[in-house]
Design a protein around this ligand. Structure first.
Ligand code: IPM
Ligand code: MN
Length: 358
């Protein structure tokens, strides 16, 4: 029997539907080439849905999302909805409710792609950030005291649990063990200031590390890490960090790999349902113009396939994107690619046919 998957598709807002359309084109092509079936279940979530129904993500849909093989997300964010409502009500709600405790963000310079880092090559910009995705400052614990008065106090707690830190660090070690010849794992924290929370990270990092003698342990304070990311990105193989630092350093990562047009990520629950997305936002000013770059969404689809165990299909998607960046696109920026959004999708589909089956 053919391998078959049920994939929930949340195209979302702004340019989300355009880039997801191209990703699904690639899915159809690669599933034909490599022989698996994908049943798509679309959910019309996003700003329009919220404005009409008053609900960002109904419980009934959340329950259905818990039953699929994976979730493919476009973008969330609508100009008529107050910032935060959709991000928290959809994106963060799914991450938390489905316990997607890893946010996996590859930082990889593809051939032919312009990087703002002078003289750096694809060999030198190729690492992965493992971001904790369900705790830290994102836990939403805190409050205000004397709100609106000159004496106001605002507290937002940084939650670090032994369980949360350990499962994240362990995932990072496993990844490092298998990813490249470097086998180096960098813990990114701020132990010189966050002496309680990040002491926990260090103790867990060292304890779990004893189970991985083949992995070299490395440490960088977050402020130093961002300097090294710019100066010597070749220094890194896998970086593991907390939710807030991971959010920030991966935007820098996106820039050094050529921009949000090509940066993809996965929200993983290795024991449950994971969600894959281009990490750029909904870019409302480009919506509906067929100018946005769909490669990030296509690479997110590649990550989704890899996660489902369709390694051959995932590799072929990545190889196809590589050949398109190397030989076709003028730039990765919206409107400057030399092709429209749908033409870039077609180019990837075309390139897929000439990739080797593995
Ligand atoms: C990201 C985004 C989200 C985050 C926002 C939209 C809540 O910036 O996926 O990196 O902070 O995690
Ligand atoms: Mn972010």
């Amino acid at each position: 029997m053919a391998r078959s998957y049920r994939i929930a598709v949340v195209a979302g807002d702004g340019t989300g539907p355009e880039v997801i359309r191209e990703g699904l084109k690639v899915l159809t092509a690669v599933s034909d080439l490599t022989g698996f079936d994908a049943e798509l279940i679309s959910y019309p979530l996003g700003g329009e849905y919220y404005l009409k129904s008053g609900e960002a993500l109904p419980d009934s849909i959340l329950e259905e999302l818990k039953t699929v093989s994976a979730i493919y997300l476009g973008a969330i964010g609508h100009p008529d909805v107050k910032p935060g409502i959709l991000e928290q009500g959809i994106l963060l709600k799914i991450r938390f409710a489905l316990d997607q405790y890893i946010n996996l963000r590859p930082v990889k310079l593809f051939p032919g792609v312009w990087t703002p880092l002078k003289d750096k090559t694809p060999e030198q910009i190729d690492f992965v950030v493992v971001r904790e995705n369900t705790e830290g400052l994102y836990a939403g614990i805190g409050g205000n005291f004397k709100k609106g008065t000159p004496e106001e106090v605002a507290v937002q707690m940084d939650v670090n649990t032994r369980k949360g830190v350990e499962r994240c660090v362990r995932f990072a070690y496993e990844l490092t063990k298998n990813r490249s010849a470097k086998k180096k794992l960098t813990l990114c924290a701020k132990t010189n200031v966050l002496t309680y929370a990040h002491d926990l990270w260090v103790r867990v990092f060292e304890a779990v590390g004893r189970e991985y003698p083949q992995v070299t342990q490395d440490y960088a304070h977050v402020d130093a890490l961002v300097m090294w990311m710019v100066r010597s990105p070749e220094f890194f193989d896998v970086v593991v960090t907390n939710n807030m630092f991971g959010d920030i350093v991966t935007d820098l990562g996106a820039m050094i790999q050529g921009g949000l047009g090509i940066a993809a990520g996965g929200n993983l629950n290795p024991q449950g349902v994971s969600m894959f997305e281009p990490i750029g936002g909904s870019a409302p000013k480009y919506a509906g113009k067929n100018v946005i770059n769909p490669l990030a969404a296509i690479l997110a689809l590649g990550m989704l396939l890899d996660h489902l165990g369709e390694k051959g299909a995932a590799l072929r998607v990545e190889e196809a994107v590589k050949s398109v960046t190397a030989t076709k696109l003028k730039s990765l920026a919206a409107g400057k690619m030399g092709y429209s959004t749908s033409e870039v999708g077609d180019l990837v589909v075309e390139a897929l046919k000439t990739t080797e089956a593995v």
